[in-house]
Design a protein around this ligand. Structure first.
Ligand SMILES: [Fe+2]
Ligand SMILES: [Fe+2]
Length: 138
C-alpha cells in the first residue's frame, strides 16, 4: 500500500489556512489509499468514492486559494503550478471513474495519485512558499 506522510510542521508554507488544507488533504489521501488497498465489494467502493469526492471538494477550494495567492504575489511559475493542479484533478477523475467500473487498475491509479500529491506538496508548494505566505495586514 502507498504510504502517504501525515502533515507536520516541516511542511508548513507559512499560511495557516493553506497548511490546514494540506493537513486535511494528506489525511484524506491516506484514507483513500487504505481503502483502495483493502477493496472488498460494493460497500468499500462506495466508501472510496465518498473519500474521493471529499478530496475533490477540498482541492477545488484549496487550488483556487493557492492560485489566487500565487497570482497576487507574482509567482513566476504560476502556469506550471496550475498545470500540476489540473493534472491532479484529472488523476482524481480517473480514480473515481475506475472505482465506478470496478476497474482493476484502481491500485495503479491510486499509487500515481499518492506519488503525485507527495511530489506536488513537497516540491511545488514548498518551492513556492515565499508566494503563499500570509502577509501581515497593515
Ligand atoms: Fe497545495
Ligand atoms: Fe499547489
Amino acid at each position: 500500500m502507498e504510504t502517504i506522510p501525515l502533515w507536520d510542521a516541516s511542511m508548513s508554507v507559512g499560511n495557516a489556512e493553506i497548511d490546514e488544507q494540506h493537513r486535511q488533504l494528506l489525511a484524506l489521501n491516506q484514507r483513500a489509499a487504505e481503502l483502495i488497498a483493502n477493496t472488498h465489494g460494493t460497500h468499500t467502493r462506495k466508501e472510496i468514492r465518498r473519500v474521493l469526492n471529499a478530496i475533490v471538494d477540498l482541492v477545488e477550494t484549496h487550488f483556487a486559494i493557492e492560485e489566487r495567492m500565487l497570482s497576487l504575489n507574482g509567482c513566476p511559475n504560476l502556469a506550471e503550478h496550475k498545470a500540476e493542479h489540473d493534472r491532479y484533478i484529472e488523476l482524481l477523475a480517473d480514480l473515481i471513474h475506475a472505482s465506478m467500473l470496478k476497474d482493476l487498475k484502481l491500485k495503479k491509479v491510486a499509487s500515481l495519485l499518492a506519488e503525485y500529491i507527495q511530489h506536488h506538496l513537497q516540491e511545488m508548494d514548498m518551492g513556492c512558499r515565499e508566494y503563499l505566505r500570509e502577509k501581515p495586514t497593515t
